[in-house]
Design a binder for this molecule. Structure first.
Ligand SMILES: *[C@@H]1O[C@H](CO)[C@@H](O)[C@H](O)[C@H]1NC(C)=O
Ligand SMILES: *[C@@H]1O[C@H](CO)[C@@H](O)[C@H](O)[C@H]1NC(C)=O
Ligand SMILES: *[C@@H]1O[C@H](CO)[C@@H](O)[C@H](O)[C@H]1NC(C)=O
Ligand SMILES: *[C@@H]1O[C@H](CO)[C@@H](O)[C@H](O)[C@H]1NC(C)=O
Ligand SMILES: *[C@@H]1O[C@H](CO)[C@@H](O)[C@H](O)[C@H]1NC(C)=O
Ligand SMILES: *[C@@H]1O[C@H](CO)[C@@H](O)[C@H](O)[C@H]1NC(C)=O
Length: 747
């Protein structure tokens, strides 16, 4: 040690003045200075006279370098005094390790501490082969008063009694970002005012977190560095401070390890629609090893979540991914220790392939059906169905346009992406339209079930005029038509309306009332009865569906003319009779369909053997025959008169046998001995067609039978028989006629 005395001890003292300071400590030997101020004690020691230096100026003294093998204690005494009580300056003690930087002050004192020496101990736990050097520094105060003294710097080979000794402080390795903890265990006596602190070799001082006694004279000081980074990597030591001394531990290293991160992104080996196979590509890393765990972190580029999978091999297959989706995959590497997982490496950005569509779009239904268009809709398509962001929805439809085999209209329309609605236009009414939806993407297509929609009915098309066929009779018309070429639905009925527009019968008022007939769908014909003969009717025929009537087909049909009719109830009694004449009442006949063109009076000899004329009826006398012609041809009847209609506008008597000539027909006197039948015949004529009707209006008996009334029963038995047969025939004829009418009505 250094006592600074003049005897042999001086050889043992190795100290040196600092070179990077402002002034030197002075060696004082009081016995050599008889006028030494009484402020200073006697003896030999190192001294600093504050008044001779400027504030802040420093003087260093370095004690010898120490490299001890055993516990030891470094002791020294200081003196700090100014008469007026001002501080002469500060005495700082540094422990410089292994020739390193000065570091922080391990002990210091300032102020005026009386005119006496104070003993201080330094317990430095630093051993061979490490070495350390103690440096004393005097710093001049602003007051520049008084003196600093330093004496008896001794190395003792036993523990300090006033400062605790630290156990060896171990190195601490920690991953960056974690908290680093140093635990300093000290043994010895700690005073009440003991300060614990941690020093970094570069000088920064870190205060303690906690100090606790672990047993008698042993205590534990814990220091923590929060979230260390590489910059915190340094040498650290524990220091205790009290006014009586300091304990100083060895420097331990804080090793901050950087968690590893791959330099390159993983490599894609193969991509499927739901998987990605990657190569981790972790041969080059940033940060520190060893790598104890590899993981893959992946997420959808657009998604909020991410997932981490541990990986054992160099390749890894990510399953259950969504098709056609971009993923970011990065590798996580982990080194030992808390927080040993490094930042994710650069990501591989890769997209899965599209997958086949899940199924075809469902829910194809109509939103609105009209007769010529269909508005269809279907479920909105989501990615979960299309399984690809690139897809097309095609709507295909077909319908028959004719009855033929290949007369089918087909069309496929590509839908807009976001739509789930489509209007098919220009359809035909009341048609089955087959519709299906096809969803396709680059990986496949799914075809939906074909659905059938029927367009609504529309009003039917017109009935073709050519399809109207008819058969005119006298007072009936049989009309037949065909279903419209475009029924446009289900024909519910046909409506035929008709009206007389023209008639050759002046008695018929034209135009007549309009009449309408409805027919069922399956009855495309009708018999129109009670018509006027010789009259032109305008027929209009139209079909009807639920939507209404279609266009009308028109045709004009003219009924045939009919034979004139007579207004005789029974055979009237003759107005008068002579031997050679008979006077009858002629009444004008009704023209039916055409006006009466001629009246004729026919005289027929009533021969009992001739049954021919007994019945009157339809067989009239179409061939004009004068009396002379009849005579010459041996016929029993002749035309006794022909009258113009203008001469018979009202009923008038006419005398048969008046020996006159009417329109070239001689009306000769009748032979009294003969019986005659008198017929009245009317004739109509229209466009070359002739209808005639005749009626027997009288019988003139032969003279021998005169005064006898006209009775059939008064003929001979033979006659009665003939009449009976005739009556029977008449009945049969009536029945036959009735039957014919029924047949015609039923069509
Ligand atoms: C200290 O310095 C002051 C001022 O220079 C001087 O007066 C005084 O005598 C010195 N003291 C000693 C012991 O030399
Ligand atoms: C400490 O021990 C080493 C090796 O045994 C020796 O070389 C060295 O001199 C010793 N130091 C002291 C101060 O005795
Ligand atoms: C010792 O030094 C420290 C820091 O260098 C300082 O905060 C403290 O006040 C000093 N103590 C004395 C007694 O001067
Ligand atoms: C698809 O997603 C929609 C909602 O986005 C959901 O309503 C629908 O049920 C899903 N379809 C399937 C097949 O999962
Ligand atoms: C037409 O159909 C109706 C029922 O719809 C039926 O009663 C009628 O007999 C049918 N007519 C013909 C001519 O088939
Ligand atoms: C009929 O008339 C003709 C001449 O017109 C006449 O000669 C004849 O005598 C007449 N007969 C009778 C019966 O009057």
């Amino acid at each position: 040690g250094c006592t600074f005395e003049e005897d042999g001890d001086l050889n043992q003292c190795e100290y040196s003045q600092g070179v990077e300071d402002d002034f030197e400590w002075e060696l004082i030997r009081s016995y050599l200075l008889p006028h030494l101020t009484s402020d200073l004690p006697h003896g030999s020691y190192l001294m600093v006279n504050s008044s001779q230096h400027n504030p802040g100026q420093k003087a260093h003294i370095l004690f010898q370098t120490l490299s001890e093998n055993d516990t030891h204690c470094l002791q020294f005494s200081y003196f700090m005094y100014s008469r007026d009580g001002h501080s002469p300056g500060t005495l700082n003690v540094f422990v410089k390790v292994n020739g390193g930087p000065l570091g922080s002050v391990v002990w210091n004192v300032s102020g005026s501490h009386g005119r006496q020496w104070h003993q201080v101990e330094l317990a430095v736990s630093m051993f061979w082969p490490n070495e350390y050097q103690v440096l004393f520094e005097a710093v001049i105060s602003n007051e520049r008063h008084g003196y600093l003294g330093l004496d008896d710097i001794l190395l003792l080979n036993y523990p300090c009694s006033k400062a605790p000794h630290f156990s060896r402080l171990g190195d601490v390795e920690v991953n960056a970002g974690q908290n680093a903890t140093f635990q300093c265990v000290a043994a010895g006596k700690a005073s009440e005012t003991e300060r614990f602190l941690m020093q970094k070799q570069n000088g920064v001082v870190i205060p303690t977190v906690s100090v606790k006694h672990i047993s008698h004279r042993r205590f534990l000081a814990t220091f923590q560095l929060d979230q260390v980074s590489k910059g915190d990597q340094d040498l650290y030591r524990c220091v205790t401070q009290s006014s009586r001394g300091s304990g100083v531990s060895n420097f331990a290293e804080l090793i901050v390890k950087e968690p590893p991160t791959p330099i390159a992104p993983p490599q894609l080996l193969r991509a499927g629609s739901t998987y990605l196979i990657i190569q981790l590509n972790t041969n080059s890393i940033i940060g520190d090893g060893p790598i104890v765990r590899k993981e893959i972190e992946y997420r959808m580029t657009s998604g909020p979540w991410s997932e981490v999978h541990a990986v054992n091999m160099q390749t890894y297959k990510l399953w259950h991914l969504d098709p056609d989706t971009e993923y970011e995959i990065s590798v996580l590497l982990t080194r030992p220790g808390d927080g040993g997982t490094g930042k994710p490496g650069p990501p591989l950005i890769s997209r899965t392939k599209c997958a086949e569509p899940m199924r075809a779009p469902k829910g194809l239904a109509f939103a609105e059906i009209q007769s010529r268009q269909l508005i269809l809709q279907w479920e909105p398509l989501g990615y979960n169905l299309t399984r690809c962001h690139t897809y097309t929805v095609t709507l295909c439809y077909r319908y028959a346009v004719g009855t033929g085999h290949n007369q089918t209209f087909r069309e496929c329309v590509k839908m807009e992406h976001s739509t789930n609605r489509y209007t098919i236009k220009n359809l035909l009414p009341y048609k089955n339209v087959h519709v299906k939806l096809i969803l396709s993407n680059p990986e496949g297509r799914k075809e939906g079930k074909e659905m059938i929609f029927q367009t609504d009915e529309d009003v039917p098309g017109g009935i073709a005029s050519e399809s109207l066929t008819f058969t005119p009779l006298e007072d009936m018309i049989f009309l037949k038509w065909e279903e419209p070429v475009e029924p446009n639905g289900l024909i519910t009925q046909y409506e035929i309306s008709y009206q007389s527009i023209e008639s050759s019968d002046p008695a018929v008022n034209v135009p007549g009332p309009r009449r309408t007939v409805s027919k069922l769908r399956n009855e495309t014909y009708h018999v129109f009865s009670n018509l006027h003969p010789g009259t032109t009717y305008l027929f209009s025929v139209r079909a009807r569906t639920g939507k209404g009537f279609g266009q009308t087909a028109l045709t004009e049909i003219t009924t045939n003319i009919s034979a004139p009719s007579f207004d005789y109830g029974d055979i009237p009694s003759p107005l008068g009779e002579s031997d050679s004449t008979i006077t009858v009442l002629l009444r004008p006949a009704q023209g039916r369909g055409a006006p009466i063109s001629t009246y004729q009076v026919i005289v027929e000899e009533d021969r009992p053997k001739k049954v021919k004329r007994e019945l009157g009826g339809p067989e009239c006398f179409p061939v004009p025959l004068t009396f002379d012609d009849a005579m010459s041809r041996g016929l029993v009847h002749y035309f006794g008169a022909e009258l113009s209609p203008s001469s018979l506008t009202e009923a008038r008597p006419f005398t048969v046998g008046d020996n006159q000539t009417y329109s070239g027909y001689w009306n000769p006197p009748l032979e009294p001995k003969k019986a005659y039948l008198i017929y009245f015949q009317a004739m109509s004529n229209l466009k070359g067609e002739t209808r005639l009707n005749c009626i027997r209006i009288a019988r003139k008996a032969a003279c021998k039978e005169s005064k006898r009334p006209l009775e059939v029963s008064q003929h001979s038995e033979e006659m009665g028989l003939i009449l009976g047969i005739c009556a029977g025939g008449l009945v049969v004829l009536i029945i036959l006629l009735g039957a014919i009418i029924v047949v015609i009505r039923k069509g």
